[in-house]
Design a protein around this ligand. Structure first.
Ligand SMILES: Cc1ncc(COP(=O)(O)O)c(C=O)c1O
Ligand SMILES: N[C@@H](CCOP(=O)(O)O)C(=O)O
Length: 462
């Protein structure tokens, strides 16, 4: 399996090379050259398998020879051993025809653990075999950072620097990033929003002297391995509702478009998915684009679902690449226009996107109402991001197709918003009960590329 860049000008890589590289050297994102197909019989054969066995079968064709079957299966087993639910991604019924896929039973209580725990294992194995060391820099609106720190803390061959927007993550999210004591972990609070954090990260990848000097690696959904690991739960949940003999739809609380893009890959592989519904908060660039064809950035407005406070949605580039018939030059031109504020998607490309994606936007008030309603009438305490998903799903689902909404984080990560909505303050799990007492270690940083690069270089072991 070979990986190509969405901008068409970067070297073609293997899975392992693409995983260790992060952003392609032409500024694009790596995608598989072809999408492996799973026949109906193969999908049917997933019935009754463990999450780990399903993960192996779904991901194996993408991974190539870098990892043997035995090693890959062992790394998957290690990745999910620490999850707090035997099913890993349990499905609960909210209402007739509406199901919630709980993706928050991993160590940091958000869906990011599904991919991050696995790529922590894959990085470790690949780096030890190669005798290499990397510097991971991540940008986070709250959940990717804590998941990355949890997966990479204390490893000998990795240093982890996480950029998060100062004052714009929940207290639990911040403490998850600032309280680990391992020397290879560096939490950096940037004066700006998540888009600034992600832009500086991409700038670092595009500064080849810095990139090669520190051996930069990325674990945001820039990294194809992140997207791949998230494809698995689309299969496990759809199969448990009867796929391939029953078609399902998904609603996905969306910010950087990584999670829903994983659903699109599952569909391209042959999973019978009818609609993939993008659910956004008031930072609604994706909903505006899917409604009007105009992808135009605007100011980020802080919300009670802060992990989705994003206006430059990185993985949308991967969807555009397919919508523009894999024309890298066309995508490079659109991304150039984005630097100047935005672009219009062509009619043909809009038609291609609308074949798969619908969208909806949820206000702050509607998010709070939905948390209360789901708690009182459905018996489920939702985090604000999951509430955005449930609200959109309730509006858009059809009677004849089951809808699965992704519950992307545990309500205890956002206790203030959940309490405001429902009067209930969800407690943290016992293993995290002393989170508020642990000392914090964080460096405040300016939104300045040169200063960030110097800080990272100075902090690396000599
Ligand atoms: C809790 C939560 N929900 C939803 C999202 C949006 O996911 P994506 O960025 O993959 O669209 C994020 C951030 O990624 C998140 O942390
Ligand atoms: N919501 C994310 C933003 C980064 O997304 P990623 O999937 O590209 O890592 C977060 O919680 O950090």
């Amino acid at each position: 399996m070979r990986y190509i860049s969405t901008r068409g000008q970067a070297p073609v890589l293997t899975f392992e090379e693409a995983m260790l590289s992060g952003l392609a050297r032409d500024g694009g994102l790596y995608v598989p050259e072809t999408i492996p197909h799973m026949s109906a019989a193969h999908i049917r054969a997933l019935h009754g398998l463990s999450y780990e066995d399903t993960a192996f079968r779904v991901m194996r064709p993408f991974v190539g020879d870098g990892f043997t079957d035995e090693v890959f299966a062992d790394l998957i087993a290690k990745a999910y051993a620490g999850f707090g639910h035997n099913a890993r991604a349990p499905l609960v019924q909210l209402a007739p025809g509406h199901f919630l896929l709980e993706l928050f039973h991993g160590p940091t209580l958000a869906f990011k653990d599904f991919a991050m725990q696995l790529i922590g294992q894959l990085f470790q194995e690949a780096l030890e075999r190669r005798g290499e060391r990397v510097t991971i820099v991540g940008a986070t609106s709250g959940d990717t950072g804590s998941a990355a720190i949890e997966a990479f803390k204390g490893l000998d061959n990795v240093d982890v620097f996480i950029l998060f927007p100062h004052g714009r993550v929940s207290e639990v999210q911040r403490r998850q990033m600032t309280t680990p004591t391992e020397a290879n972990v560096h939490a950096l609070a940037l004066d700006g929003d998540f888009d600034d954090c992600q832009a500086r990260l991409k700038d670092m990848f595009n500064d080849f002297a810095f990139r090669d000097g520190v051996r930069l690696a990325g674990v945001n959904s820039i990294n194809w391995a992140r997207v791949l690991a998230q494809v698995v739960y689309y299969f496990s949940s759809a199969v448990s509702l009867g796929a391939p003999d029953r078609t399902v739809s998904f609603t996905v609380p969306t910010g950087n478009f990584g999670d829903i893009f994983a659903g699109y890959i599952a569909k391209r592989m042959g999973l019978p998915i009818d609609r993939l519904v993008v659910a956004t908060n008031q930072n609604d660039i994706l909903h505006r684009c899917l409604s009007s064809g105009d992808y135009r950035t605007s100011q980020v407005h802080p919300s009670i679902s802060p992990s989705m406070d994003i206006q430059v949605s990185s993985n949308f580039e991967r969807a555009l690449f397919d919508a523009y018939s894999r024309d890298g030059a066309a995508v490079a031109q659109l991304m150039g226009e984005l630097k100047a504020g935005g672009f219009s998607v062509s009619q043909g490309a809009m038609q291609a996107l609308r074949e798969h994606f619908d969208s909806g936007r949820v206000s702050e008030e509607e998010t709070l109402d939905t948390i209360l309603l789901a708690q009182t009438t459905m018996g489920e305490l939702l985090c604000p991001h999951s509430a955005v998903g449930v609200r959109v799903a309730e509006k858009q689902r059809k009677a004849d197709t089951p809808m699965i909404t992704l519950a992307t984080a545990h309500p205890a990560k956002f206790p203030d918003a959940v309490e405001k909505a429902s009067g209930l303050r969800p407690p943290l799990p016992k293993r995290m009960a002393d989170l508020y007492e642990r000392p914090e270690r964080v460096t405040r940083v300016a939104n300045d590329l040169a200063a960030l690069e110097s800080l990272i270089t100075e902090r690396l072991p000599k």
